[in-house]
Design a protein around this ligand. Structure first.
Ligand SMILES: Cc1ncc(COP(=O)(O)O)c(C=O)c1O
Length: 399
């Protein structure tokens, strides 16, 4: 490049306006902090690696690789995998045709696809005041108007508040909702709220984007059926192998209304043509001779013990006046602190004095100012003893 003639004036190329306005997310900033040696982290939202089906997956992968070189070729999605996904949906109480299943590279890609499919540039989207950061990031390039609704720690998204907004004339393309074991709130949506949401979607003509990565990880029995069981024309459902097998597979699925399947294919083509055919084949082979029931039981037993340890520690060690969720599954407990404690300051103290990390609630704020007095605590990767130690350490840092 140094040999090219330089024009008299040079114009700097620019990034798109939407990304120039984005700051680094709190979650990203925390990655460096929590990976320091000696830190006990309640910050991550990662599944426990000791539960990954390493051996059986390795065997399945070998079998696929040695069976047919087409495993490494471009190719259409693997039909057998879609059939297996239909079986997983049936476990969730959803009866769906194989034609409605689209394989994705994780639920995160499903959110991205749905945003591109449903949202106009500058259009409106509804989500909870405290929402999974991945949806906030996926819609950001479309610079939407965000309509934010409150949630309760025991029943989830406040559907009445949503209805008031709708009756007042507010409109949006889709509502993003995590029906069970919400990230970050740890709450499941009450059954009557599920029904009401679908009724509102019918009355006001919006889409429901249902993100359900924890749907098979209910620790006190199966979860209620998701919204997708109540409506097959307005719900776009997202599933994932990340939490039930391993996130490194980067494999998930969408269940979409039949009329939308071809359009979803157009968006998916633009993103990555197709999810890894090798991984799809390996997961299909794994699922074909894997005791998924036993595997899910192991996950649920392990996480249940950790969840119980965390709820007990939070109830016993944090001051009275704290409000917290009692998750029926998933990986997170949400804590609202009493008084005027700032969660970010608390994090600074707990890192400096105790080397314990968590995520301050405002990292999930879809509306400015919310979550400042709240913590998201993850129980998925630590032994019960460490969970108790970590919560006690946070309690010592409270004023
Ligand atoms: C609510 C929610 N949606 C989506 C994802 C991303 O899932 P995947 O690994 O399938 O992309 C996560 C991961 O933590 C999540 O918590």
């Amino acid at each position: 490049v140094t040999t090219l003639p330089t024009p008299q004036t040079e114009i700097e190329p620019r990034l798109a306006r939407w990304i120039e306005r984005q700051g680094r997310s709190v979650l990203r900033q925390m990655v460096g902090v929590v990976s320091q040696p000696g830190v006990i982290s309640l910050a991550g939202g990662l599944p426990a690696p000791e539960l990954f089906p390493v051996e059986p997956y390795g065997r399945a992968l070998q079998e696929v690789l040695h069976g047919d070189a087409r495993a490494l070729q471009y190719g259409p999605p693997i039909h057998r995998l879609k059939e297996q996904i239909v079986e997983l949906m049936a476990r969730r109480g959803v009866d769906c045709a194989v034609e409605r299943v689209v394989i994705t590279s994780g639920a995160q890609q499903g959110i991205d696809i749905a945003a591109r499919l449903l949202l106009e540039h500058g259009g409106a989207v509804a989500m909870e005041r405290l929402s999974y950061t991945g949806v906030q990031q996926a819609v950001a390039p479309l610079v939407p108007k965000r309509i934010t609704v409150p949630s309760d720690l025991d029943a989830g998204l406040d559907v009445e508040a949503l209805e008031e907004r709708l009756r007042a004339g507010e409109r949006f393309a889709f509502l993003y909702v995590v029906p069970d074991a919400h990230n970050p709130l740890g709450v499941s949506l009450a059954p009557e709220r599920r029904e009401r949401l679908v009724e509102l979607a019918r009355e006001f003509g919006f889409w429901l984007l249902e993100d359900d990565p924890y749907g098979l990880l209910g620790y006190d029995g199966d979860f209620e059926a998701p919204l997708a069981a109540l409506d097959d024309r307005r719900v776009i459902y997202l599933g994932s192998f990340s939490k039930i097998l391993a996130p490194g597979l980067r494999l998930g699925w969408m269940v979409v209304p039949e009329e939308a399947v071809a359009k979803v294919g157009i968006v998916k083509d633009a993103l990555d043509l197709e999810s890894s055919g090798l991984t799809q084949r390996a997961v299909t082979t794994l699922l074909d001779d894997f005791d998924l029931d036993a595997h899910l039981d192991l996950l649920r037993d392990t996480y249940r013990t950790r969840r119980d340890a965390m709820i007990e520690a939070v109830a016993d060690q944090l001051p009275t006046g704290c409000r917290f969720s009692r998750p029926a599954g998933g990986m997170f407990v949400w804590v609202d602190l009493p008084g005027s404690v700032d969660a970010e300051e608390l994090l600074m103290h707990s890192m400096e004095r105790e080397k314990v990390a968590f995520i301050p609630g405002h990292a999930f704020a879809a509306e400015p100012g919310v979550g400042r007095q709240s913590l998201r605590l993850s129980f998925s990767t630590l032994q019960p003893e460490r969970i108790r130690e970590a919560v006690a350490a946070i309690a010592r840092c409270l004023p």
